[in-house]
Design a protein around this ligand. Structure first.
Ligand SMILES: *Cc1c(COP(=O)(O)O)cnc(C)c1O
Length: 423
């Protein structure tokens, strides 16, 4: 009786992952069937999703929903993905940043404002793709180790899908990011350790629990494909063109490598002209292992112990570090890092010039762009896009004590006039 139970209950249908056909190892190109795996058993390198795209037309994309699912045929998700309850991320603004361009002395500058996502960071994109793929593989609980934004996105996406969630965070996380995760009522666990400790713990738990999909661990190849939608949206919003330069923040490095993959796929499919572009990476000096490797001309990354206010980027041992170096070197870009003071300056500069309040990661991107311009690495005459990936309301402590009311006055017009005079 019990002998057959296990076999009958685990009979699974073949996953429908759209036009995705297999996984390929990044180092030696070993191929294997689509499965919830993230490293190649052949060469131990990360696995990446490969597709058989067939024909993909602009008109079909344009006729799709105003969220990431308009690009579903370029993602490892089922063909009816938009019909399954999800947070519908993407479709965020591309802002013509004229004031910031003037302040930085560049000709044409765009800000991709990803604070407009459901939980206010770009992580909603990657999580939505991870959940859709995980569902096809038969998982029922959505999990992650997180530096904050991922925690929000996983907890919210799981709630919307009717799944349970298990979210692991370092206990030192910003209070706002803890509350904005806990509110979705999944299991939130604060760990006495840094992100790299939490990540190790997640890898162990993923191996022990077969119904748990850790979005950035066992289903990481699917998760990371979601970052391509940033590149797709930018290119489509520019009128089906690839920008000449793009500045991308680096945590694990996944987003940067997938933005590059997105531009290449659009070019290969003939959706845009395959024009050259340069990818630039941004880190906080207090956690800048990829920037340090770039500066030293290395092709591998030495792990560091993070110490920066840019906690959403504080990954000391970035999984995609070497591939970030590949992309930046191949495209002729550069990587820079900026101090915590410059990060706060970057946050304030973007707020003051464009009315966009970004979190510390966005401060890193803006400040790095400024530094790249000042050091002549970023061409001020080339069209540039900055990826602003998260919302300032989650990292209020970064600006606390540095900004505030001009004055506290009695309720009289005279007092207000006086305060303004002294500005
Ligand atoms: C996670 C994150 C990134 C980049 O993450 P990668 O691991 O490099 O893909 C960028 N910005 C914000 C706000 C993030 O939360």
């Amino acid at each position: 009786m019990t002998a057959t139970l296990g076999t009958t209950s685990t009979t699974k249908r073949t996953p429908d992952l759209g036009r995705a056909v297999e996984l390929v190892s990044k180092e030696e190109g070993h191929r294997q069937p689509l499965a919830p795996e993230f490293v190649s058993a052949e060469d131990f390198s990360p696995l990446e999703v490969a597709y058989d795209f067939g024909k993909i037309r602009r008109e079909d994309i344009e006729a799709g929903p105003k969220n990431i699912w308009r690009y579903k045929n370029l993602l490892p998700v089922p063909s009816n993905v938009e019909e399954i309850p999800n947070t519908e991320p993407g479709g965020t603004r591309l802002v013509d940043a004229r004031n910031l361009a003037k302040a930085l002395g560049v000709r044409k500058l765009w800000v991709k404002d990803d604070t407009g996502n459901p939980t206010h960071s770009f992580k909603d994109r990657v999580v939505a793709v991870a959940l859709a793929a995980a569902r096809e593989f038969g998982f029922t609980t959505l999990c992650c180790p997180s530096t904050g934004n991922l925690a929000n996105a996983v907890a919210a996406a799981a709630a919307r899908a009717g799944w349970d969630s298990v979210v692991l965070i370092p206990k030192t996380l910003e209070k706002a990011k803890i509350l904005t995760t806990a509110v979705y009522d999944g299991a939130l666990i604060a760990v006495d350790g840094n992100y790299d400790d939490v990540n190790r713990l997640a890898t162990q738990l993923a191996a022990e629990n077969e119904t748990w999909a850790f979005v950035n661990v066992n289903v990481r190849p699917y998760y990371s494909e979601g970052s391509k939608t940033l590149a797709f949206e930018v290119a489509e919003q520019l009128g089906w063109r690839i920008p000449e330069q793009i500045v991308v923040p680096i945590a694990s490095g996944s987003q940067l490598t997938k933005v590059d993959k997105g531009f290449r796929e659009f070019g290969q499919l003939g959706l845009v002209e395959a024009s050259p572009y340069k990818v630039f990476g941004a880190q906080a000096t207090g956690c800048s292992p990829v920037s340090a490797a770039f500066r030293a001309g290395h092709d591998t990354v030495q792990p560091v112990k993070p110490d920066t206010i840019a906690r959403s980027l504080a990954i000391g041992n970035p999984a995609d570090g070497p591939y970030v170096l590949d992309v930046v070197n191949r495209t002729g870009g550069a990587i820079e890092d900026v101090s915590d003071e410059e990060v706060v300056e970057g946050i304030r500069l973007l707020a003051r010039t464009e009315g966009i309040f970004t979190e510390t990661a966005g401060g890193v991107t803006v400040a790095t762009a400024k530094k790249l311009i000042e050091t002549g690495k970023l061409d001020p005459d080339a069209e540039t896009v900055l990826l602003i990936t998260g919302d300032g309301l989650k990292t209020l402590d970064a600006v606390e004590g540095k900004i505030g009311p001009l004055a506290t006055v009695a309720p009289s017009a005279d007092a207000v006039r006086e305060a303004l005079r002294n500005r």
